[in-house]
Design a protein around this ligand. Structure first.
Ligand code: PAF
Length: 281
């Protein structure tokens, strides 16, 4: 496995590989890697000749300084896990390398970036678009892999690529959420949970699975939303930030009573840790 910290040397290496007709799969990450990331690496390995993983805690997507400082970082463990999972190339740049000057670009993507996370984390998706557009331009992958746990992020990245990177020829591939055996969605933030909070967190996925069953049996959006609110409120460690039932493509509210082609997106504070999850209906 090769590790690059500089853009120019990575680009040169990738140019050489492309001249040998190698296809490139790319998995952008912020490190603190877990099996959810490894499922993306596995998919990239299957679909491409070369897998590139970036590790970069992108400061521009944090709207909260404390959250940025607290974000878990363990590069040596990350490199070891990537090596074990047959990653070919790691790109681990410094902040100065990625942002020699402040990135002042503003991405205007409309509702898809304004609802849900866009509303509660203002500026977050603009930062994601800044870094993802830079990374895609550097790596020029045939395919870039994103996990569906960040459901809205995938919709935003696709919209950004369509509008702002018309020459990008790669594919944005979305991969299913990876869960622990007991249902908890894998997340780098789970390391912040105490054993008791981790137990509480299980109620989030359990509630989503129940909500899907309700929807399958014909429940209305209102009934599902009420059920979710009440269920989450039964655990004193949990505090619901939002739950939305939205069109799975546009992320806009669904007209009518019954959710069709929908996704439920939920954000819950478990103690001080902000957890997100979702389920397709
Ligand atoms: O999902 C993440 O880890 C980040 O938002 C991403 C896509 C790596 C951009 O920093």
């Amino acid at each position: 496995m090769e590790i690059f910290k500089e853009i120019d040397s990575l680009k040169q290496r990738l140019q050489k590989l492309r001249s040998q007709s190698k296809t490139v799969g790319f998995v952008p990450t912020m490190g603190a890697l877990h099996q959810g990331h490894m499922s993306l690496v596995e998919q990239a390995n299957k679909d491409n000749d070369i897998t590139v993983v970036s590790i970069f805690v992108n400061p521009t997507q944090f709207n909260n300084k404390e959250d940025l400082e607290k974000y878990p970082r363990d590069p040596d463990a990350d490199f070891a896990l990537l090596e074990k999972n047959s990653c070919d190339i790691v790109f681990a740049p410094s902040v100065e390398e990625m942002y020699p000057e402040p990135d002042t670009r503003v991405f205007s993507l409309g509702k898809v970036a304004e609802v849900m996370e866009g509303k509660y984390r203002p500026g977050h998706f603009n930062g994601v678009c800044q870094v993802v557009s830079k990374l895609l331009a550097i790596v020029e992958p045939d395919r870039a892999y994103f996990g569906q746990k960040d459901y809205q992020q995938i919709a935003v990245v696709k919209a950004m690529v369509r509008k702002y990177m018309p020459d990008f020829e790669g594919e944005i591939v979305s991969c299913p959420i990876k869960r622990e055996a007991d249902g908890l969605a894998l997340s780098s933030r789970n390391v912040h949970l105490s054993p008791e909070q981790r137990q509480s967190a299980l109620l989030i996925s359990k509630t989503l699975f129940e909500a899907k069953k309700m929807s399958d049996k014909g429940a209305s959006q209102k009934q599902i939303r009420e059920f979710i609110k009440q269920n989450i409120a039964t655990d004193a460690n949990l505090c619901l930030e939002y739950v939305e039932i939205a069109d799975s493509d546009t992320l806009l509210p669904i007209p009518g009573d019954k959710p069709k082609n929908a996704v439920i997106c939920i954000t819950v504070y478990d103690g001080k840790t902000r957890l997100i999850d979702n389920i397709l209906l």
